[in-house]
Design a protein around this ligand. Structure first.
Ligand code: KIV
Ligand code: ZN
Length: 508
């Protein structure tokens, strides 16, 4: 096994293909910048030909994010490769990732191409991509269900044509660990020029074996592991980065080789991805679930208090969960606030600190203590800021169990103030209807989710909504100690994102 294990993160490409997930450029940049802090080796930033938004996001990431290799996906077609290169050319370390399917099912029913045609196309397109960019990755889509002899031929051809990385996906999550490990071993033994390329794997989780298959591949010679934060991805998702990395970190006695991932950044990255995508993490999810380090039973608690290692195989600190040493409150000054932000790993400029300090003071007036989770929620609101077409000035509700709920809202749009009122089925419904009237749009609310950031009666409420327009979903978030206010903020945030995305798509 190789010493260095390359971590290829595809949260922004395969992860973004999850149903209901749609990130705008600012959000993608924010995630890419956090992935760079996590120190992954490759960030797959998107699929540039898929849409104008995808293209612009890959280009922005290529221009702004330093450290990791920036990859962009392209089918084995000239126009895809040209578009990918157009976006990637700005990166210090660009990579074109091109793919074509090699299984009989895909070649016959999807591509309608013969083996000979697929082989010829793969080789030609790798050669073409290589004429533009030094670093080329080639994927044989549905590799696990492909005829191994044909796979060897394709890989040999693309390596000779200049591919630096060959990727072996289990596209439909069909493999089991021993079989998948065997396939990797066979590829290493049967592709004559394999030593000229890095062997990569990409496992989907349809049968819940993506991480196990990835680790089995590593034990059989894979050097690059493709994965996503929180296991996000098409259908049941991809192999989860945090599980792979912590398995390697915790079981150094078993696995040889090491990743360069800064494990203490894992928790922050997981929270950010979950917030921006609106896909919550199940509480018992390994490594990043809320309960991953919680000990409920008395026997376990007793054991951990005496000696942590009785029931803890890794520490919460190793994934970035810090014991809360200091709680801020309304008497905390700017210095304590800034120090806490630094300890939490945020680096903000002066204006950003000022804006957050105002929000913090406002919150501290409403809540007795402001915890790290509260601060992170406040900052993530700031981080995901997009141009605000509508800003809420004021709202008023009248509600009760025997009265019809009424809500009045006043929104600011540039210099104009718009006031509208509506009745509804409860205060949230009335407020949403009043907002719809004010913005003059018919909006379909697809999802509404409320959760408390911390415990206690004065906890911050965090509302996530998804609204739908022309088949596209837009996510909005709002936080407040008042859940109607949090709901209104989330709704307006989703509307602003919809307007921003539509402008982005038109290139305005
Ligand atoms: O799952 C898959 O086969 C893919 C390829 C495009 C790498 O995502
Ligand atoms: Zn995939």
């Amino acid at each position: 096994m190789a010493g260095k294990i390359h971590i290829f993160d595809t949260t922004l490409r395969d992860g973004e293909q999850s149903p209901g997930v749609s990130l705008n450029i600012q959000e993608k940049l924010q995630i890419a910048s956090q992935l760079a802090k996590l120190n992954v080796d490759v960030i797959e930033a998107g699929f540039p030909i898929a849409s104008k938004g995808d293209f612009e996001a890959v280009k922005a990431i290529a221009q702004k994010i330093e450290g990791p290799v920036i990859a962009g996906l392209a089918r084995a077609e000239k126009k895809d490769i040209d578009r990918a290169w157009e976006a990637l050319q700005y990166a210090k370390k660009p990579r074109i990732h091109t793919f074509i399917a090699t299984s009989e099912i895909h070649m016959q029913h999807k591509l309608r191409m013969s083996r000979e045609e697929v082989l010829k196309r793969a080789v030609e397109m790798v050669k073409y991509a290589r004429s533009l960019c030094e670093d080329i990755e080639f994927s044989a889509e549905d590799a696990f269900r492909s005829d191994p002899a044909f796979l060897y031929q394709v890989f040999e051809g693309v390596i000779a044509a200049g591919a630096r990385v060959i990727n072996i996906p289990d596209t439909v999550g069909y493999a089991t660990p021993i079989e998948f490990g065997r396939l990797i071993k066979n590829i290493k033994e049967n592709v004559s020029n394999i030593d000229q390329a890095i062997v990569s794997v990409h496992c989907h989780n349809d049968l819940g074996m993506a991480v196990a298959n990835t680790l089995a591949a590593l034990e059989n010679g894979a050097q690059q592991l493709e994965c996503t934060i929180n296991g996000l991805g098409e259908r049941a998702g991809n192999a989860a980065l945090e599980e792979i990395v912590m398995a390697l970190h915790t079981r150094k006695d078993w696995f040889s080789g090491a990743t360069g991932v800064i494990t203490e950044q894992i928790h922050r990255t997981s929270t950010l991805v979950s917030k921006l995508t609106g896909v919550s993490v199940q509480p018992n999810k390994a490594i990043v679930g809320d309960n991953a380090f919680a000990h409920e039973s008395g026997i376990h608690q007793h054991g951990v208090l005496n000696e942590r290692t009785t029931y803890e195989i890794m520490t919460p600190e190793s994934v970035g969960l810090k014991e809360n040493q200091m709680v801020l409150g309304k008497h905390s000054g700017r210095h304590a606030f800034e120090e806490r932000l630094k300890e939490l790993g945020f680096s903000l400029n002066k204006e950003e600190i000022e804006a957050c300090f105002v929000k913090f003071k406002d919150l501290a007036d409403k809540k007795k203590t402001v915890s790290d989770q509260d601060l992170e929620a406040l900052l993530s609101e700031k981080i995901t800021e997009i141009p605000e077409t509508y800003v809420m000035e004021y709202f008023h509700i009248s509600s009760g169990n025997k009265t019809v709920s009424t809500s009045t809202v006043k929104l600011q749009k540039h210099d104009a103030l718009i006031e509208e009122a509506s009745t509804g089925d409860g205060p949230v419904d009335a407020t949403f209807k009043a907002i719809e009237k004010a913005v003059g749009m018919e909006i379909i609310l697809a999802e509404y989710f409320l959760k408390a950031v911390t415990s206690g009666k004065d906890a911050l409420g965090e509302v996530t909504v998804r609204i739908r327009k022309n088949g596209t979903l837009y996510l909005g978030r709002g936080i407040s100690t008042d859940i109607i206010e949090a709901s209104a903020k989330a709704y307006i945030n989703a509307i602003n994102k919809m307007i921003y995305t539509e402008q982005e798509d038109k290139g305005e």
